[in-house]
Design a protein around this ligand. Structure first.
Ligand SMILES: *Cc1c(COP(=O)(O)O)cnc(C)c1O
Length: 356
């Protein structure tokens, strides 16, 4: 990927908070690095690109993002290389492409690659000492965009703000997850916004997820909105199953987010010579697989957790236990492969890793 260069001002903090952070004890998403990248969209173009100290921003109470929800985001990670000198980004071009697809769906302006990619790389570089070197820790990167018109008529905003900030993070899940197949509520429908990383999708998922959490589950498995007959995804992860000797995952579609982790796992599985099927998955066949013992593995795939092993699946009141995590050949292998690539333990020959 060749990206045009971009010159923009960098104002560094004189008051770094780095020494206040206990890197051996970081929760997910609670501490923010010293700097942020910002850009403004006005008069039909992106302006005012800059890096400045992370700080509160001042906005009109009337901004349309707060009323009508024009807001999208991305999530990705920077990892510290084995040698500790380099910081590695994993497939940032895919997040960039998806960001602009989300923007188009929510009627927001797209962002040029040189702003997204250079802003991101420069920001991570400025805060490179914030990238943890502890195993299973990384620097989470959050690019996002929201509507800033102070206007309460319903129409696409004419002005927007783009921000990237970063946050050192530890493991997303402390243990293999218990999930429940949802049979009433829906996350996405055909023709809807499920394929966009659009803020409203996540707001709408909170209530049903809360009900499941009250029953002791970490996450829901979403099913299709019409019949609740097909498996879609879980929380902010794509779902993958090993059924017999086949890696099975639902096709990325209108209702299923096109995950970077998902697509990377599919590529690695195919290279390994594993049988991979991307096709609609019936709830019924997963339940039968659980009953008959042919469903060997189930996991969520996403940037936050990379691979989140599923320990237990609930369907219509029955809990099914999955085989012990240590016996899961494929998901343990692929997690190790991804982690080795992301940390530069294994040389990348696919163009996935961008070194800083
Ligand atoms: C972000 C996200 C994923 C995972 O995508 P990655 O690119 O692998 O992080 C899956 N599903 C939903 C709904 C998401 O928001």
């Amino acid at each position: 990927m060749t990206v045009q260069t971009l010159d923009f001002p960098i104002e560094k903090t004189s008051n770094s908070r780095l020494n206040e952070v206990d890197f051996n004890n970081i929760a997910f998403g609670k501490i923010y690095s010293d700097h942020m990248f910002t850009a403004d969209y006005t008069d039909g173009e992106w302006k005012n690109c800059k890096i400045e100290p992370f700080k509160n921003i001042e906005l009109s109470p009337a901004i349309s993002a707060l009323h009508y929800g024009q807001a999208i985001f991305e999530g990705m990670k920077a990892y510290r290389s084995q040698s500790e000198e380099k910081v590695l980004l994993f497939r940032p071009d895919k997040n960039f492409e998806r960001f602009n697809l989300s923007a188009e769906r929510i009627c927001m302006p797209t962002i040029p690659e040189e702003i997204f990619i250079n802003g991101l790389k420069e920001l991570v570089n400025v805060d490179r000492n914030w990238v943890p070197n502890q195993p299973s820790c990384a620097l989470y990167i959050r690019p996002y965009m929201f509507a800033t018109d102070a206007f309460i008529g319903l129409k696409p905003s004419e002005t927007y703000k783009f921000i990237i900030f970063t946050s050192p993070v530890g493991s997303y899940y402390a243990e293999p997850v218990r999930v429940k197949i949802e049979n009433h509520y829906s996350r996405a429908c055909v023709g809807g916004t499920g394929a966009a990383k659009f803020a409203g999708n996540y707001a709408a998922s909170m209530y049903p997820a809360k009900l499941a959490q009250e029953q002791g589950y970490h996450q829901l498995i979403w099913t299709d909105a019409y019949e609740h007959k097909y498996i879609e995804e879980a929380g902010t992860m794509n779902l993958m199953f090993v059924l017999g000797d086949t890696l099975l995952t639902a096709p990325a579609s209108d209702t299923i987010l096109h995950g970077v982790t998902r697509r990377s796992i599919i590529e690695l599985a195919k290279e390994k010579g594993m049988k991979v099927e991307e096709r609609p998955i019936l709830v019924q066949e997963v339940i039968e697989g659980l009953q008959q013992g042919t469903l060997k593995e189930a996991f969520g795939a996403g940037t936050a957790a990379t691979v989140a092993h599923i320990a237990q699946i609930n369907h219509k009141g029955t809990d099914y236990l999955l085989p012990a995590v240590e016996n899961r050949e494929f998901s343990n292998w692929v997690l190790q492969q991804l982690s080795n690539l992301q940390r530069g333990i294994q040389e990348d020959n696919r163009g996935w890793i961008h070194k800083l």
